[in-house]
Design a protein around this ligand. Structure first.
Ligand SMILES: [Ca+2]
Ligand SMILES: [Ca+2]
Ligand SMILES: [Ca+2]
Length: 543
């Protein structure tokens, strides 16, 4: 058991039809609903359920085609189902979130009573990791986060990135394939404990040797909760099974400096840091299970949080383990963060948890005898063998919330950080009463994070996209020039390869930046600039 007070601180493309008029309200929203997606993805459908106001069965296939044409999508009638609704097929699969946006567009048609995606459902699947049964914090009614219900909707989008600002991550079989190359931002040689200042190796060499302490493997434990290899018949389960983890090393022996944390946070979000190579994998979620006693949020830290939040990053941080007021603990007392208090297995307030009105939400951090089980290393100093251990603390509570945020953004990448926060709070579970130390709103946040309800709310809350900007190259078919067909070539962070010189676009959800290139082009913000939205970005070339 670790000392809980330690802070080591988106075709229907090309189905452009001219036969029917397009109502002005819908103009500009036709075009693309999502990018091409792999056939293996769970969160996709090729069907809608539509109920017409005129429910007579006459010429339903033609009427469905006309409704689709008004929205510039090809709809083919499959069959009438119960309740006077109809199953309608799309030309190709699209993600559930995109299908929901399309359905809302169709529902705006006065001929349509209702339209919704025909979501694919799956048997409730639990991971086969042998230690999952000991991870009460994922599923128990009193102190768990209702995670299996979230997994029914998504276990994570492969293109999403979660930054782990912590002590680095050490090699572990149950994290294999889950970790991106990160960066080590520790400038101070004593803290670094790896013989050098800042470097490209974010592995945790151990943080032993401060007051004779053993190594904590704090970052490895937090990373395992966020995203251990799951349903791999080995070890523990992580909250997110598919999104990638970006280790940003900011604490080591005897902690670390806020200045390194600030630089690391901006870098994680894809902001350039002088002297450091660009981050090719900008994160949408950052977990900061770190902090320090401070009566106010430092101006420099608040500025960094504002910068990364403006880029769509959700910043989750621990409320702190002092058992005192969260207002005296930073960065939990900074504006715009999701500050997480800890509850025990019974759902009671954890004795160590900081509390107060600045807490956003609560999550399991464990208590004596019932900690949070995740990945560690067995080395007392330097890394030795893979291990698993129960830790407790708000450091352990925060990744339950950051992991849930990553699943919400996987289900609906258009959500802003403020929307993630609001949906997470409104879907939270009420604190149990009659524990020895009840939590309640006002001291422990809106409630206990409910991953299943939060991810469902994220999916249902898909906002209708704003009108896409007019692209710099012709997009819509007209009588003289056909629109190009776009071929998917890379996810964000990858390299788009093609033959000859072609137009390449980067973005999603109808918003794209365009470049002309020969042979290959990196699919990243730094090459294309950042389209105003389309958080789940990918690249396609004109075929
Ligand atoms: Ca170093
Ligand atoms: Ca290093
Ligand atoms: Ca596992």
């Amino acid at each position: 058991m670790k000392n809980s007070s330690k802070w080591a601180s988106r075709s229907v493309c090309c189905a452009i039809l001219a036969a029917t008029s397009i109502t002005p309200a819908l103009a500009g929203l036709q075009k693309d609903f999502g990018s091409l997606i792999p056939a293996s993805a769970d969160d996709q459908t090729q069907q809608l359920i539509i109920t017409m106001r005129d429910q007579s069965p006459d010429e339903m296939p033609r009427r469905m085609r006309e409704v689709g044409a008004s929205a510039a999508v090809a709809l083919s009638h499959v069959r009438k189902m119960s309740g006077n609704a109809h199953v309608v097929k799309l030309e190709q699969r699209m993600r559930h979130a995109d299908a929901r946006r399309l359905a809302r567009l169709l529902a705006a048609d006065p001929r349509v009573q209702s339209a919704e995606p025909d979501l694919r459902v799956f048997a409730q699947q639990l991971p086969n990791d042998p230690m999952f049964a000991q991870q009460w914090h994922y599923y128990e009614a009193a102190g768990g986060i209702n995670l299996p219900a979230a997994w029914d909707i998504t276990s994570g989008a492969p293109s999403l990135v979660i930054a782990v600002l912590d002590s680095g991550v050490t090699a572990h079989a149950d994290l294999a394939g889950r970790i991106l190359p990160g960066y080590d931002f520790i400038a101070n040689l004593t803290n670094a404990n790896d013989g050098s200042g800042r470097d490209a190796d974010a592995n945790d060499p151990g943080d032993y040797g401060c007051d004779n302490s053993n190594s904590s493997w704090h970052g490895t434990h937090v990373a395992g909760t966020l995203g251990a290899s799951s349903s791999n018949s080995s070890g523990v389960s992580g909250i997110n099974w598919k999104s990638r983890l970006l280790p940003v090393r900011v604490t080591g022996r005897c902690g670390g400096y806020t200045s390194d944390l600030i630089d690391g946070l901006r870098w994680a979000a894809g902001i350039e840091i002088a002297g450091i190579p660009s981050n090719p994998n900008p994160a949408r979620v950052a977990n900061i299970s770190l902090g320090t006693a401070s009566d106010n949020c430092s101006a420099a830290f608040q500025s960094a949080i504002n910068d990364v939040t403006a880029r769509g990053m959700v910043v989750v941080t621990a409320a702190g383990n002092g058992g005192t007021a969260v207002s005296a603990f930073s960065p939990a007392n900074c504006s715009g963060v999701i500050a997480v208090a800890a509850i025990t297995r019974s759902g009671a307030k954890a004795s160590y948890s900081n509390t107060g009105s600045m807490v956003t939400i609560a999550a399991p951090g464990g208590g004596a005898g019932s900690g949070i089980l995740s990945t560690v290393n067995t080395g007392l100093t330097s890394p030795a063998a893979d291990g698993y251990a129960f830790f407790q603390g708000t450091s352990m509570a925060a990744p339950h919330v950051a992991g849930t945020a990553s699943l919400m953004l996987s289900a609906n990448p258009t959500l802003t950080p403020a929307q993630v926060r609001q949906l997470m709070q409104s879907s939270a579970r009420a604190f149990p009463v009659g524990t020895e130390s009840d939590c309640h709103p006002g001291i422990c946040g809106a409630g206990i994070v409910n991953a299943g309800a939060a991810v469902a709310a994220a999916l249902a809350g898909a906002p209708l996209a704003r009108t896409p900007p007019v692209p710099s190259t012709p997009q819509i078919a007209n009588t003289t020039q056909p629109a190009p067909t776009w071929k998917q070539c890379a996810d964000e962070g990858g390299v788009c390869r093609f033959s000859g010189t072609r137009q390449v676009r980067y973005g999603g959800n109808g918003a794209y930046a365009y470049k002309s290139a020969s042979e290959a082009l990196a699919c990243s913000n730094s090459v294309f600039g950042d389209p105003a939205y389309g958080a789940l970005k990918s690249c396609q070339y004109a075929n």
